[in-house]
Design a protein around this ligand. Structure first.
Ligand code: SOE
Length: 389
């Protein structure tokens, strides 16, 4: 028996599109799910833009005030795809109204907000999701499986980079509908919350809690025209951030992120090195996971000395995570499918009455690391993250 889930999407930007696509497709590719999302309401401040978006995606109705959406009885789930400075108020109100809540990352502007949001969600006991979609790249999910299977052995190193290049030009403005990511008041931080939050979420999923960090940040372009005021204003976000990390399991981490790496568009990489093996992934080559398995004569490992080397696994077989829901082996999936996979897991877990991750609680832990990173950069010293072990 199927159940309709009436979805209200707040926001019609990049993430409004990515999430809408997931709601539209999930039942086609995960037909075993009982829950059938229905694109019920599209909410955006600009009525004409909201109506145009709603028409393209087939939303039943349009609202321009999110408060009105939360009051509606014909809405079950509120999806927050609006700028970061709006997440807390909306999520708390939605939870109090008993709605399911799906929030775009980063969860909040800071830890205090993330904590309040998580508490509201827990008190309401509503299903909740934070869209850290990269966990659902099949190759990253396979990396998780390999770590869980203990094929890496004792972890020594975790290495992550997240590089882009779209803000190098000094005449890129800050603020407004499309460039709020450059405005600290709307975004909370720069690459730390926008890009490193992804890397941190993935890192803690694969390698456990990050306990301490020491960081350095830089803002290369000091002033940019603000789209709303039309004035040249100081840039307060971090354009680049590098940090060292210690994990609870004793391994060490390095994280680097920037929007000033010419030629790097969405270069999101990770590498793990353990006693028995290593893993390596690059989002610009997303179908592949590289795996190195060390020859273990003592444990009778099947890998023989003369054949030892990196394996580049094309993660498209039916046996690979999510791939039995898509095409035949060898046929690839892409960025948008990670949102569909994320939603499928969320709906499936919720149907089974189990916690679905990453949820608000997980995203709060990630926010703790982000806050510690920014504090460390400011105070130039190691900071304890306070992440739950
Ligand atoms: C920033 O450019 C951005 O759009 C992030 O906000 C997304 O989370 C990331 O997945 C792609 O890059």
């Amino acid at each position: 028996m199927t159940k309709t889930l009436n979805v209200a999407m707040l926001g019609y930007g990049f993430m409004g599109k990515a999430h809408s696509n997931a709601y539209a497709k999930v039942a086609h590719f995960f037909p075993e799910l009982e829950t059938r999302p229905k694109l019920q309401v599209l909410c955006g401040r600009d009525k004409a833009k909201a109506e145009a978006f709603a028409k393209i995606w087939g939303y039943e109705s349009v609202e321009t005030d999110w408060r009105r959406v939360i009051e509606r009885d014909d809405v079950d789930l509120i999806d927050i795809g609006t700028p970061n400075n709006t997440h807390a108020e909306i999520a708390i109100a939605a939870a109090k109204a008993g709605k399911w809540v799906a929030c775009e990352k980063p969860l909040a502007m800071n830890c205090a907000e993330a904590e309040a949001m998580t508490r509201a969600i827990k008190e309401a006991g509503v299903p909740n999701l934070v869209w850290y979609n990269y966990r659902r790249v099949p190759a990253i999910a396979l990396a998780h499986q390999i770590v869980q299977e203990k094929r890496i052995g004792r972890p020594f190193h975790y290495r992550a980079t997240y590089l882009q290049d779209w803000t190098i030009a000094e005449d890129v403005p800050q603020g407004g509908a499309t460039l709020w990511r450059l405005d600290k008041d709307a975004a909370g931080s720069g690459v730390t919350g926008d890009l490193l939050a992804h890397s941190i979420d993935t890192a803690m999923w694969l390698n456990g809690p990050i306990t301490q960090v020491v960081a350095s940040t830089e803002t290369f372009v000091k002033e940019r025209m603000h789209q709303e005021s039309g004035k040249l204003q100081p840039v307060k976000i971090d354009d680049a951030c590098m940090f060292l990390a210690r994990f609870a399991n004793g391994s060490m981490g390095t994280f680097e992120s920037t929007r000033y790496a010419r030629g790097r568009k969405n270069f999101n990489t990770l590498e793990m090195n353990g006693e028995d093996g290593s893993l390596s992934f690059n989002l610009e080559d997303p179908q592949y996971l590289s795996f190195y398995e060390h020859t273990r004569q003592d444990t009778g490992s099947k890998v023989e000395d003369h054949l030892t080397g990196w394996r580049k696994i094309h993660v498209t077989n039916f046996e690979h995570p999510y791939m039995d829901h898509w095409w035949v082996p060898g046929c690839t999936i892409g960025y948008e499918h990670t949102f569909v996979n994320t939603l499928a897991d969320f709906l499936g877990d919720t149907e089974k009455g189990q916690r679905s991750r990453p949820d608000f609680e997980d995203a709060w832990q990630t926010q703790k690391v982000c806050d510690a990173v920014l504090k460390s950069a400011q105070e130039q010293r190691w900071i304890e993250t306070g992440v739950d072990a």
